[in-house]
Design a protein around this ligand. Structure first.
Ligand code: BGC
Length: 762
């Protein structure tokens, strides 16, 4: 097709004049603003202050604080909320400060703002990223209606040691599952575009290996190989960066001696330069000053320079950038340039959120009143809560309970009526009195006429066993006992690591006595981490893992107990047999002496314990049963750029409508470095009516087998790949293999890449 000569000339003229205009308007709004800023005003943008003392919420700031805002000494507040008070505060910044730069308001809205959803570990147990996304959307709608712009979530640290209290905040042990949940939350919070009304800027945290804290002790050093870092801990972060997370938070801890807050290679080198992410990087609470404790900075000025050099933009609460950076940047033009970059990144985020055009965007009291704890939000929380429940054991189909067969029911356990514990760690504006507890849920589900007794029995917080006899008496008299035991809200979360994964002593004692006395006893576990429960696993006929399910806990548990909903949650992290068996991970490397349950010695195992976990990764029972059949694959080999489709039919043969989570695992059996014995590379939660069948197709590409080579690049080696489709990492139902034809390099962490899944009726 020919193009006329004079039309080419006309195009050139247009292009040139556009370029001229563009030059005249070349400065973006943040850039133009930067030019007008004094050094103090620049430093002020880097400052994030807490509304309240410590972490308590306070949006009504005193005069001295407001004076700081007027003087342009603050860029952001955290732990503030409320449409009205935040509008007043924003007005001070916009109308009272010289340049009128709006403030960013932030909070840890982690699993809900007022409508509290299940804790993130529980939401990961849904294996339904679409549910995570919905939960994050509801949280964003509520939080933005209360004036917030920014949440410190999702927490996407991989956690392979359940002693670590913060395992409750993330998606568990697996990078592939973790990456899917990370993306779902970023999309949910941000709604795809920061400018969209109701968009809450997400923070991927805590970059990059906070979950690898040695011994599971919070804040502790991590010391791990570059391969493990790249393949296991970083993929959810890569996925979150690609999904457009507006902000990242640097972790408190050090990796092999380099505190992350000062880790230039990781922050500036990998995150910004290699991954190309240009969002707002915030420190964790006071972490810049803590560089002194880490022993890499002699004083606050040195700490400030290290953090700025590593490309940390905002100083959460520490006041180090505010007080101790000025000297360095006034003396050194290179530092000043780094400061300008940090300021620009902060201003850009404010611009992207639309705050320069409408700083009062989220100051709408009426919307706030409508959104918080709306009936639809409660409904959504109930739907996600019941999806999170994992059925660990169900001997002789004790569950579901048939209400008509019950005349008397005993509910036992202090946790059965503990609204606060049901909310879990990071409760934002959740209120214990708004929680439907397990007891409340059971009461509202039971038909009238059924006698119900409630006895607290024993409190997980105390060693007092004096309430147990009354519990035993109630269990003895009842047709059915629902025994709710586990951890209270204060046993998991930040700075809540435990040296033991056993049930608190009072809970185990209560269980032993009630199980000995009661006729049909269902154990409902409530906890924020995988526990070691060998006694229960052996002796309880039925165990439901219900984590901490948020504001709709009781309804969700009752839905499952009475069979209105068949449980289909799957463990996002294995339950060990004993504390001494952690860390344990299904996706371990093979050894020269592979674990073989039949070989009694000289293999990789403990002398006194089976090598398997109590309940494995991906495990969970159902009220129904499923048959996997007709495995097919589209090709026997795949070239770079190609794909292999793996299809399987899943049929609900158990007579009860239920979801099933179809899981795809892979292994590269021979490579230049040992590859894990199994890796999750696809999953899909599907709904199946009784007798229904569905065909699930997973599409794999060679890039999903890239590993971190000793040369520091993603490498895909030619050779055989084995795969399995099944119901858990230890219930593999069908398998096959294919060849990757050529060795080539990849660009991204394999676990970060999503497997396309198509479900068709069949
Ligand atoms: C936690 C972060 C949190 C911050 C603000 C810190 O102690 O590590 O996860 O976002 O506090 O509350």
């Amino acid at each position: 097709m020919g193009i006329h000569r004079h039309s080419v000339v006309a195009c050139l003229v247009i292009l040139l004049s556009c370029a001229g205009q563009a030059q005249a308007q070349a400065l973006s709004r943040p850039e133009a603003l930067l030019k007008k800023m004094t050094l103090d005003e620049k430093l002020g943008q880097l400052v994030q202050r807490a509304g309240g003392r410590s972490k308590a919420l306070n949006s009504k700031l005193d005069d001295a604080e407001l004076e700081r805002v007027r003087a342009g000494q603050v860029g952001s507040y955290l732990h503030v909320a409320g449409a009205e008070p935040l509008a007043r505060l924003q007005k001070v910044a916009v109308e009272g400060s010289r340049l009128g730069i709006p403030l960013l308001f932030a909070m840890d809205v982690v699993h809900g703002y007022r409508t509290i959803f299940p804790v993130p570990l529980a939401m990961a147990a849904t294996w339904a990223p679409e549910s995570e996304e919905r939960a994050a959307r509801v949280a964003a709608d509520e939080a933005t209606s209360a004036g917030l712009h920014w949440t410190f979530a999702p927490m996407i640290d991989i956690a392979r040691d359940p002693r670590w209290g913060r395992i409750v905040e993330g998606a568990g042990e697996d990078p592939y599952l973790g990456a899917r949940m990370a993306v779902a939350q970023v999309n949910g919070f941000q709604g795809g575009n920061l400018l969209r009304p109701g968009s809450l800027m997400a923070t991927a945290k805590h970059f990059g290996a906070y979950g690898a804290a040695i011994g599971g002790r919070d804040y502790n050093s991590a010391d791990l190989s570059e391969r493990t870092l790249q393949e296991v801990y970083l993929p959810p972060f890569y996925a979150a960066a690609r999904a457009g997370a507006g902000s990242f938070m640097a972790a408190f801890n050090d990796i092999a001696g380099v505190p992350t807050t000062a880790n230039k290679d990781l922050l500036r080198g990998l995150l910004r330069e290699r991954w190309g992410w240009q969002g707002l990087l915030v420190s964790d609470w006071g972490a810049i000053g803590e560089l002194i404790n880490h022993g890499v900075a002699a004083d606050r000025a040195a700490a400030a320079t290290l953090a700025l050099d590593a490309s940390v933009d905002m100083d959460m609460v520490g006041g180090v950038f505010a007080d101790d950076l000025k000297d360095a940047v006034s003396k050194d033009p290179a530092r000043l340039k780094q400061l300008d970059e940090a300021v620009l990144r902060i201003l850009r985020v404010k611009d992207q959120l639309g705050l320069f055009d409408n700083p009062m965007l989220y100051a709408d009291k009426d919307r706030e009143a409508r959104e918080l704890l709306s009936p639809e939000h409660r409904q959504a929380a109930r739907a996600v809560a019941r999806q999170s429940i994992v059925l660990l054991k169900n001997d002789n189909k004790l569950l579901p309970l048939r209400a008509p067969d019950i005349r008397t029911l005993a509910v036992i356990g202090q946790l059965a009526d503990d609204g606060l514990s049901a909310l879990g760690s990071w409760r934002a504006q959740g209120k214990a009195e708004e929680v439907i507890t397990v007891l409340g849920g059971i009461r509202s589900a039971l038909p009238k006429g059924v006698g119900i007794t409630y006895v607290p029995g024993a409190d997980p917080r105390s060693d007092d066993l004096s309430g147990i006899p009354a519990a035993v008496k109630a269990a003895r008299r009842a047709d059915v006992t629902v025994l709710v035991i586990g951890e209270d809200y204060d046993l998991s979360g930040e700075s809540r690591s435990r040296s033991s994964l056993e049930l608190p002593a009072s809970q185990l004692e209560l269980a032993k006595q009630v199980l000995a006395a009661g006729k049909r006893v269902v154990v409902v576990l409530a906890n924020g981490r995988p526990l070691a429960i060998p006694w229960l696993a052996e002796n309880a006929p039925a165990i439901l893992e219900t984590w901490m399910l948020g504001v709709e806990t009781g309804h969700a548990v009752a839905d499952v107990l009475f069979g209105d909903y068949s449980p289909a949650g799957r463990l996002p992290a294995a339950f060990p047999r004993t504390t001494g068996a952690v860390p344990f991970n299904y996706s371990a490397n093979p050894t020269g002496r592979p674990a073989d349950p039949d070989l009694k010695k000289d293999t990789v195992r403990y002398h006194d314990l089976p090598i398997t976990p109590q309940f494995s990764f991906g495990f969970g029972l159902s009220y129904s049963e499923f048959r996997y059949s007709e495995l097919a694959q589209s090709a026997q080999s795949v070239d770079p750029g190609g794909r292999v489709d793996i299809s399987i039919t899943v049929e609900n043969t158990g007579g009860v409508a239920s979801d099933e989570v179809v899981q795809l695992y892979v292994r590269d059996p021979v490579a230049s470095v040992a590859r894990p014995v199994l890796e999750l590379r696809g999953f899909k939660r599907i709904e199946l009516a009784s007798g229904a069948r569905k065909r699930v197709t997973f599409s794999l590409t060679p890039e999903q087998f890239a590993f971190w080579s000793p040369r520091g690049q993603w490498l895909i080696e030619a050779g055989r790949i084995d795969f399995w489709v099944g119901a858990s990492s230890t219930d593999l139902r069908a398998n096959g293999s294919f060849e990757i034809t050529k060795t080539h390099t990849g660009t991204a962490p394999a676990a970060a890449l999503p497997t396309r899944v198509i479900v068709s009726s069949n």
